[in-house]
Design a protein around this ligand. Structure first.
Ligand SMILES: CC(C)(COP(=O)(O)OP(=O)(O)OC[C@H]1O[C@@H](n2cnc3c(N)ncnc32)[C@H](O)[C@@H]1OP(=O)(O)O)[C@@H](O)C(=O)NCCC(=O)NCCS
Length: 219
């Protein structure tokens, strides 16, 4: 379905749009308190965010609904959650270690916290919305969301999301959301070491990531 709103043309995204939309997500989310908490080292963050949002976009294309604008300057990834779902956390853990290396525990914690507080009532979940930083503040994000809200209103379904800062929280309040009590991230947690003794699995390889990214095994 294609629709136009406030001169912003919204359409469903396809795999052909993946490259530019991954860049929009990685660039839009690159700065801010959550990003700095997840990957404090900016040199690592750019590459990790690119891999994280590549995974998120393809997951959305396969399992959710992804919308973009005609000029590919914005992207919203929605998931119809008509029944409660429980993710396979071990499989997700492996994926996060591949994406984020030593930073994976924070990504795991963030996702686990989001999952734990996710409502069970039927709704659509806005997992991510992002606008190219060069194009922000021109009404594109609001128009992209309004387009899906109109569909939800026709279906009589609510929407749910996690707002990651006070500024985007204001936008969502203006679009008709109400805010619950905040989920507080542990910013200066104590380190807890995972320990392993004995034969390593797979053979000859540490079971833990030791660098921002797990090193490739020599072929
Ligand atoms: C949040 C976002 C999708 C809004 O899209 P947009 O096209 O910039 O927004 P609009 O022009 O329709 O509306 C403007 C409002 O969006 C919010 N906003 C704009 N830029 C923002 C930014 N960099 N970060 C957070 N919120 C922002 C503000 O509430 C702004 O209103 P204000 O100018 O009065 O403060 C977009 O700014 C963005 O990608 N931000 C970074 C990623 C992000 O925070 N995504 C949401 C995660 S929950």
């Amino acid at each position: 379905m294609t629709s136009t709103s406030y001169t912003v043309t919204v359409r469903q995204a396809t795999a052909d749009d993946a490259g530019p939309l991954i860049a929009v997500l990685a660039d839009a989310f690159h700065d801010g308190p959550v990003a700095e908490w997840l990957v404090p080292e900016p040199r690592d963050r750019r590459a990790i965010y690119y891999r994280y949002f590549k995974d998120a976009l393809y997951h959305g294309l396969e399992h959710g609904e992804v919308y973009t604008t005609a000029d590919l300057s914005a992207v919203a990834i929605w998931y119809p959650r008509l029944e409660p779902i429980r993710d396979s956390s071990h499989e997700r853990q492996t994926t996060l270690e591949t994406i984020a290396g030593v930073y994976a525990p924070k990504f795991t914690l963030l996702e686990a916290m989001f999952d734990a507080f996710h409502p069970d009532e039927p709704h659509h979940y806005l997992a991510y919305v992002a606008v190219d930083p060069q194009q922000q503040g021109r009404g594109i994000g609001a128009a992209l969301l309004a387009d899906h809200h109109r569909l939800l209103d026709r279906l009589g379904l609510p929407a749910y999301l996690e707002a990651s800062n006070t500024r985007n929280r204001q936008l969502y309040l203006r679009l008709g959301y109400t805010a619950g009590p905040p989920l507080i991230l542990p910013t200066e947690g104590l380190p807890i070491w995972r320990m392993w003794r004995g034969r390593q699995t797979p053979v000859g390889r540490s079971p833990f990531p030791t660098a921002p990214l797990p090193r490739r095994r020599a072929r």
